[in-house]
Design a protein around this ligand. Structure first.
Ligand code: GLU
Length: 502
């Protein structure tokens, strides 16, 4: 299946379905995607599912859903022509066996019959004696051909190992880190095919990268120690290796490993927390890459146009959670009112503030209320808390706010007079409600704030929120008056008749 297009860029994201992808994996996918799009090349998804013991059953489906949510669609799969499913290594076992036989025929691989117990002993002994390479002692590399054949014929369990050259070194020019060299003395003969017949990552990834015509391998720096092994396999096959670029590790501020709280969230958790995919993509792009000129907010098109692997740094990238929220807020503010409603309604639904599905009236209320809290939102998941008082009757009254603005004798005259003024309004909007509030203040000879604060607490239950007059306009006359009545009856000292509410 050689699908190499000479001269065209082909990259892959090659996750192992042994868990759910986090920020690091998504960043790797994104950089590959940006690189492919920048060069007009192809972006492949390859599921490296050869570690059968660590397989997580729904990880593959999760991975695909996460990539789709991020908008990082892959371009092809084995069934291209129909829906492009990813390449799956478990479906290509015969290829790896054939390739392993090729290496055996070239004298670059051999069967190894050593038991697990022996391998463990050898490993421990070599480490204790500081004998390089650590790991396997190449015992079976020395078996005679006759003995090999005999043991294979007997069906003895075995693995296939790669024969690392005993002398010399392997180097490559990493597109991010420059020249990297490994002495062969450090490398033991790694396994290519395991005893269960599955290939190892070290082998399958090389066979696939070659057969899928991969031109550039962009992956996390934790794979650097594997690269000399890969290069030696390319050399043993007589294949041209791809160009390697190892992306910097992502750490917490201060250099610590990413904790669960921060970047170790899996990608769809960001969706649940109400980040927009564009915002997350923008944030991830800046983890190790910078377009220069201190630019931090970039559209996908801009990122594609500007992305150069040379501009990726080699030092650790810091995961700054505040920056994510800042970027997220900027993207949320860019949404049109109807986009905002579509995105935020599911969060209101989940919080029980609207029905499931929401009624037409609830949609309408959301369309008028949500734009008022849009500026203060950093994540869609904050929408219920910020906009709750528009949906809940009566609103939840914050005791501190009540104590400060309603539990005082002056509030009675203020709210009663304001109520009368509001009741007389025929046209109910931000302008007319504002004029009543200001007129009330004038008539009572108090600053406007003395009316605004108790009115806000009476109608929303809190001291902080969107502009009061816009809020009243959205609440409408009936609900506003009912809430003022309720506040007067429940919280404001002094005599009064309760006109409505609880
Ligand atoms: N399967 C490896 C992983 O889980 C891929 C490493 C590579 O890109 O070569 O990250």
């Amino acid at each position: 299946m050689s699908i190499a297009l000479p001269g065209s860029v082909r990259v892959r994201f090659a996750p192992s379905p042994t868990g759910y992808p986090h920020a690091g994996g998504a960043r790797t996918a994104l950089f590959n995607w940006l690189f492919a799009r920048h060069h007009g090349g192809r972006f492949l998804l390859r599921i490296e599912d050869t570690d059968r013991e660590r397989l997580v059953p729904d990880a593959e489906a999760y991975l695909m859903e996460a990539l789709r949510w991020l908008g990082l669609e892959w371009d092809e799969g084995p069934d291209i022509g129909g829906p492009a499913g990813p390449y799956c290594q478990s479906e290509r076992l015969e290829r790896y066996h054939q390739r392993a036989r090729e290496l055996i025929a070239r004298g670059r691989a051999y069967p190894c019959f050593c038991s697990r117990e022996r391998l463990e002993q050898v490993r421990a002994a070599r480490r204790a004696a500081n004998l390089h390479p650590y790991g396997y002692d190449r015992h079976c590399r020395g078996l005679s051909e006759a003995e090999r054949q005999e043991r294979l014929a007997r069906g003895e369990p075995h693995v296939i190992r790669f024969a690392i050259p005993l002398d010399g070194e392997t180097s490559w020019d990493d597109a991010i880190r420059g020249r990297i060299t490994y002495n062969h003395r450090e490398l033991d003969d790694h396994v290519l095919i395991k005893s269960d017949g599955f290939p190892t990552y070290q082998f399958a990834s090389v066979v696939d990268d070659h057969e899928m015509g991969i031109t550039h391998v962009l992956r996390g720096e934790e794979w650097i120690p594997s690269t000399p092994r890969h290069l030696l396999e390319y050399q043993a096959f007589g294949w041209e290796p791809p160009r390697f670029a190892h992306l910097p590790v992502i750490t917490e501020p201060g250099g610590k490993k990413l904790s669960k709280r921060l970047g170790a969230r899996s990608i769809l958790e960001y969706r649940e927390q109400g980040y927009l995919p564009d915002a997350l993509v923008n944030f991830l792009a800046l983890l190790g890459w910078s377009p220069g000129g201190n630019r931090e907010i970039l559209s996908r098109e801009e990122m594609i146009a500007l992305f150069r692997i040379e501009d990726v740094v080699s030092h650790p990238a810091t995961y700054d959670a505040d920056k994510l929220d800042w970027i997220s807020g900027i993207y949320l503010r860019k949404l049109t009112p109807s986009e905002l409603v579509e995105r935020a309604l599911p969060f209101l639904e989940r919080a029980g503030l609207v029905g499931s599905p929401p009624s037409a009236a609830e949609r309408d209320l959301a369309a008028r209320a949500l734009p008022l809290v849009q500026d203060r939102m950093r994540r869609l998941a904050e929408a219920p808390e910020l906009a709750e008082f528009f949906f809940r009757d009566p609103p939840e009254y914050d005791p501190a706010a009540v104590r400060k603005w309603l539990d005082r004798i002056e509030a009675r005259a203020i709210l009663t007079r304001l109520r009368d003024g509001l009741q007389g309004l025929d046209v109910w909007d931000a302008t007319t409600t504002e004029s009543v509030v200001r007129r009330t203040a004038e008539e009572l000879g108090v600053p406007a704030a003395e009316v605004i604060h108790p009115t806000r607490v009476a109608t929303t239950g809190r001291t902080i929120g969107p502009g009061l007059f816009e809020t009243l306009a959205v609440l409408g006359k009936e609900r506003t008056l009912a809430r003022i009545d309720l506040a007067l009856a429940r919280f404001v000292p002094g005599k009064g008749t309760m006109v409505g509410g609880a």
